[in-house]
Design a protein around this ligand. Sequence first.
Ligand SMILES: [Ca+2]
Length: 624
Amino acid sequence: MGMGEISGVKRDISPFARKTEQYKYLLCSQPLPGLVLDDLLSILFTLGHTRGTATGNFPYWVISLRLRYCAFYTTNNGHRPPPAAAPIGGVNGNGNGNSSPASATPEQPNILFIMADQLAAPQLKIRSIRPVRLGLLPLPLCAPSRMSLITGVLPMKIGAYDNASQISSDWPTYAHYLRSKGYHTALAGKMHFIGDQLHGYETRLTSDIYPGDFGWAVNWDDPERRLEWYHNASSILQAGTCVRSNQLDYDEEVMYKSKQFLYDHIREGPDKRPFCMTVSLTHPHDPYTIEEKYWDRYEGVDIDLPKVKIPKEQQDAHSKRLMKVTDIWDEDFTDEQIKRAKRAYYGAVSFVDDCIGELLDTLKRCRLDKNTIIVFSGDHGDMLGERGLWYKMSYFESSVRVPLLFSYPQKFQPHRVTQNVSTLDILPTLCDLVGTKPSVHLPMDGLSMLPHLEGREGHDTVISEYTGEGTISPLMMIRRGPWKYITCPTDAPQLFNLERDPLELVNLANVACKGEPLTAEEEEAKLKFAKFEAEAKARWNFDAITQDVLLSQRKRRVVWDALKIGRFDSWDFDPATHAEGTAKYIRSFLPLDDLERKARYPTVDKYGHETSRLIVDQAGSHGE
Ligand SMILES: [Ca+2]
């Protein structure tokens, strides 16, 4: 296998493909400059072709790309997408919105949901397998995006306005639905909750990396003022290697706790429940700094410079504000500075790859790999200098498009889906996969991606809402087919056709006021624009939303100003209060041999031979 078997893949993948027996090596052991997922996909597709089977022992990933690419792939490989399969475990929700009570069986699949932070799909160059489209976000900012992801409900409905917005604890999350279905729901890593730090997770393994309070609220009453915690240019100016960073401290703890959770799971008794563990890493988020070994993986690589450069005076209104909010308006970064920032970012992506590899390897060694669904996604991307912008908060592709992958080889063939799907869709999809349904009596904006996973026709629309820093009024997006429409009461509207204009250079909203004659494409754009305008008007009451956002901001400012005075009672999660504490390791009140026996996996008999039987005659064991 090698170059050219899959249309659009330009790299020779044979050096990597040899190591696919151990999936981790795909991710871990090769220096793949910013191309890891791209290569991964190439290899999986190629192997699918080579083996002509959908039941190989490596993970299959389903990724949302354009349908016609999928069709091309299918033709090339001589087999069709799989027939519609029954939901895993069977749907036994009763259909009236109440999921059945705890009824998980040992056969029910575990779920490992891995998240990265600020991982931009376009920056991974998955776009080299054109045409490609990946998961989009309900809101391109950390906390609101995550709150919508866990609830399946759009940000304005749940009040997830900015990075200091508290959503009510009575919103059901995927953790609630899966827990009701009998799952042990656990969170390791970041979720950026404000207030309630659990929201349905039964076990939280680490604290959050971000504050769980109102400190990062946006202030539309004083939009010109840059707040102390906003992004600034330092990330780019100071990009490079480090021995340690805040983020490395955090992710290494997340990884240790996650792996320990898996080890603890396999040593539970026969009545153990299936798990749904979310492992949420903070890399490759800025600041752009990473250990030397990851930096060195990109030695000699010509780091790509941003494709689109726009003079700042010609930027759209929101982009201009973002340049000021992120304090880069007066900066003129050199090519060298940009390359260093991107190199460190790519290094951090490789770090994430290594972490994924470690988790998959642990699953395998714990013999959990055959019965664990793996989901991979993120909260938003990073502009990384494209259009002169950095970080997120924008609806341009590098900020709003994230990877979204599902792997469950027992049920789904590898293929790529082209429709627009959202991280909002993860909750109803997980529900389908474990045989339950979200309540039909409650708001749900997400739609199940089961049809996409099964190779059938699925939905193709993503709605996104933004009221965080940088904007001064609600900024909304509708993405459907090739079209991306952006509207905001204080800014000029935008319309792009990403099929014809993947770099988003031609604002087709301008044709609405252009005189005759129009080309056929302009006529089409004019018609689309009018429809999107009507749809937005019907969907959003901008005045009411603006008042809701202002009310929330003002309430939080008053409360936060008071809470900062005197003794500070933090809402930040303290894992120590939830840990097993003194009951772990060797203690005087625990029979020593019992402890050692229970802690060893796999179980062995008195001569050290592996056995699945309960050991009752081992020296020192007490009473079993
Ligand atoms: Ca984030």
